[in-house]
Design a protein around this ligand. Sequence first.
Ligand code: GRF
Length: 212
Amino acid sequence: MKKIVILISGRGSNMQAILEARLPLSVAAVISNDATASGLITAQKHGVATRVVDHRAHADRAAFDTALAAAIDEYAPDLLVLAGFMRILTAGFVEHYRDRILNIHPSLLPSFTGLHTHRRALEAGVKVHGCSVHFVTPELDHGPIVAQAAVPVLDDDSEDTLAARVLAQEHRIYPQAVAWFCAERLRITENGSVELAEAGRPTDALVVPVSA
Ligand code: GRF
């Protein structure tokens, strides 16, 4: 059975979705860069080992990443799962786990990389928004895309209502993507796209708006 380590910084609802999906994999540990992350308590309630590697206790990004990698490597995971982990990782760290780090980002990449994605989607007036699971490369929010889910943007959406609609889809596609990785069904092709072995064929389009 594959082993994963999950990195969080806060609430950890994506982590929780993965834990509660009861996937055929072992969650070796949940590690946070912030001791106050409420997701740590959720992980403990699920009987998962937790660790804190506080970025503030390290002189710079490289020193933090070295300490983080040392903690992770004690568990020898097959996959690192970033679930609301709010630190930018150094190229050296990413290279150490090459093709073995997944992240969830709350936008349809390559649109809206970075922060405040829901606010920016509303400002841009897009009719469709969503979330993406991608492999992590040194360039922030740019790695090969594994899965995406799209949601409609409604006229009366606030940042919060849109975020909630996207988050529900994050909780759906992230456990799925982690399961695919652990079943060795994902392959990164030479041109940087990701193929799923034995994939079905989606047919429905999401068209927004629709007339009443
Ligand atoms: C999610 O929206 C995730 O996409 C983003 O940060 C948020 C984390 O939420 N990277 P949670 O900690 O998983 O609840």
